[in-house]
Design a protein around this ligand. Structure first.
Ligand SMILES: Cc1ncc(COP(=O)(O)O)c(C=O)c1O
Length: 391
């Protein structure tokens, strides 16, 4: 039989989907067989494997058939209550999501029409760019420093003067993916003041907020401007990404649109997983696990920083993240981290090229959570050697 041509059947949205280059890397290589600084994977050592069987048994005993039934679209009341207690947010401001990636997607779906503009930082999270583009929104991005708020203000004014709608501003204020940067309180205040004066909404994506290894917590954008911020949280980096669970804090009128939107997406977040998360968080076990996770990742970050210092050739710079999972390397002008990737991969080491996040060709993102310290050491020595030979 002739292969059928399906191209005429697709919606226009499909034309703007693009594949994640990061996930393409994972398809090509077995992460266990190379030194991988590529993904944003948590360390398997942080998963509370020994607690899962008793936790699941407790869910079955406590909730019975309810745990396997459909649940409400907003999320099960027990999880919403635990989130409310932990973060001090009223129940009416909480929507549980099937991961924070879904949070980004539903926010875009309710706020952006084709041709509308999403403002963001450059570089920024690839999964968010995929979501914005899939709704045919346009992305307008600026470096976080030196004057992000001012650049956004000017962009809003000139876009509106040209008859364009700004859908929202998307930001990752804590230990940004991919750069590892954190916005200071002053920068947050400036951004909030700009958003209020220009009348725009903010989507604050915060999956790394609780992974802080030094310094003090900085108030979230949501706490500074609850009337105009949709704040996305996730269990992926503080419990387990396989659960696919997250949450949104926001004004009830916006959450109501998300609630209806989610009905057509998945009816409700996974119910069994929500009870697991509610029990894990509510019993204090999440905090205990988080303390271990933070200590483990702090050690890995420190190791990365000292290895970079000792081994990278002159002319290479990197960020000093106060938390999160990523470091950002800037190589000398003219270095092409996309072309260099094949050399690195055939030598057995992987990273993600910065240009995939909208940054210059001479940049790369390095993850430090996934590998053991021993593998980080060997992988970074190898990468430093390869870079030294290439520049
Ligand atoms: C900034 C950011 N937002 C969202 C996500 C998606 O997280 P989740 O597993 O909750 O969908 C990630 C994952 O790496 C991320 O880095």
């Amino acid at each position: 039989m002739e292969p059928m041509d399906y191209s005429g059947f697709f919606s226009e949205d499909v034309g703007s989907f693009f594949r994640s280059p990061v996930r393409e890397i994972f398809k090509r290589v077995d992460l266990g067989s190379i030194y991988s600084f590529a993904g944003g994977y948590p360390s398997a050592d942080t998963f509370p494997l020994d607690r899962m069987a008793p936790l699941a048994a407790r869910v079955v005993e406590k909730y019975g058939a309810k745990a396997l039934q459909y649940g409400g679209t907003q999320g099960v009341p027990e999880l919403r209550q635990v989130l409310s207690d932990r973060y001090g947010v009223p129940l009416e401001n909480i929507q549980v999501t099937t991961s924070s990636q879904q949070g980004i997607d539903v926010c875009t779906r309710i706020l952006a029409d084709p041709g509308d503009v999403v403002l963001t930082a450059c570089p920024t999270y690839l999964g968010a760019l995929q979501s914005f583009r899939s709704y045919r929104a346009e992305v307008c991005s600026f470096p976080l420093r030196p004057a992000f708020a001012q650049a956004c203000r000017e962009a809003v004014r000139s876009l509106r003067a040209g008859g364009r709608k700004v859908a929202f501003l998307y930001l990752i204020p804590d230990f940004q993916n991919p750069s590892g940067e954190t916005l200071s309180l002053e920068e947050r205040r400036e951004i909030v003041a700009m958003a209020r004066e220009e009348g725009i909404l903010i989507v604050e994506d915060s999956p790394y907020r609780e992974l802080r290894y030094e310094g003090e917590d900085i108030p979230s954008l949501y706490s500074l401007a609850p009337e105009r911020v949709l704040h996305l949280g996730s269990f992926s980096k503080i419990f387990a990404p396989g659960l696919r669970l997250g949450w949104i804090f926001g004004p009830p009128a916006l959450l109501d649109a998300i609630y209806v939107c989610k009905q057509s997406l998945d009816l409700c977040p996974p119910v069994f997983d929500q009870y697991l998360a509610a029990e894990f968080m509510g019993s204090g076990a999440l905090d205990a696990n988080l303390r271990k996770t933070v200590a483990l990742y702090r050690g890995k970050r420190d190791l990365m920083l000292s290895l970079l210092e000792a081994n990278m050739p002159a002319g290479v710079r990197w960020t000093h993240p106060e938390g999160g999972l990523f470091l950002w390397l800037t190589l000398p002008e003219g270095f092409d981290s996309v072309a260099f990737y094949e050399t690195a991969l055939s030598a057995g080491v992987a990273y993600v090229a910065g240009s995939f996040f909208g940054a210059g060709a001479n940049t790369m993102r390095l993850n430090f959570s996934f590998m053991t310290e021993d593998r980080i050491r060997k992988g970074l020595l190898l990468l430093s050697d390869l870079i030294r030979q290439a520049i």
